[in-house]
Design a protein around this ligand. Structure first.
Ligand SMILES: [Zn+2]
Ligand SMILES: [Zn+2]
Length: 179
């Protein structure tokens, strides 16, 4: 990767992610394309919402560029292992889903990075409509005390054991696997 010329605008994204890799380039290209398609600039007031279908390197670029983060509640993770991102405009809920088009042959990391730096959008991503409605803003839920560990847990995450005790998820899983 040493010979690869990194565009200036990419430097802070790479710094945020911690290293330069093809994965972070996927997120960088997807983020820029989503902004172009939705006609928005970088998120300031939670104007964008992202559903990511993977938790790999590219999500860091999505967070950095689009301002979609778990902490703000405008980043949603679907554990599907797909290089696809759906980005929504909060104002009207319009969303676009960008799915990475795989190269037609196996590429080295260097070639893969080069492809992501140089190919036009339409070679890299297939663009479609959002497949689900824009996820709703996270609500504040009341919390309940876990009957086993005593820690407080958000009401919607409480599990009920067969004996009626109400617990947090890790305690419920420990109880069921112990039986
Ligand atoms: Zn990476
Ligand atoms: Zn517990």
């Amino acid at each position: 990767m040493e010979d690869t010329v990194i565009p200036k605008e990419l430097a802070p994204v790479v710094a945020f992610h911690g290293h330069f890799c093809p994965g972070v380039l996927i997120g960088w290209r997807a983020a820029k394309l989503a902004m172009k398609l939705l006609g928005v600039s970088r998120d300031r007031d939670e104007e964008l919402v992202t559903v990511t279908e993977n938790d790999a390197c590219g999500v860091d670029a999505i967070q950095y560029i689009l301002g979609c983060t778990f902490g703000k509640g405008n980043l949603h993770f679907r554990d599907w292992g797909k290089q696809a991102f759906t980005v929504y405009r909060r104002s009207d809920g319009k969303g676009v889903r960008l799915a990475l088009i795989p190269p037609d042959r196996e590429l080295t990391r260097e070639e893969s990075a080069q492809r992501l730096l140089s190919e036009p959008d339409e070679v890299l991503f297939s663009v479609g409509e959002a497949k689900e409605l824009m996820p709703e803003r996270a609500r504040i839920h009341s919390s309940v005390r876990c009957d086993l560990c005593g820690e407080r847990v958000m009401e919607t995450r409480v599990r009920s054991l067969p004996d009626g005790r109400r617990t947090c998820i890790p305690c419920a899983e420990r109880e069921t696997s112990a039986q």
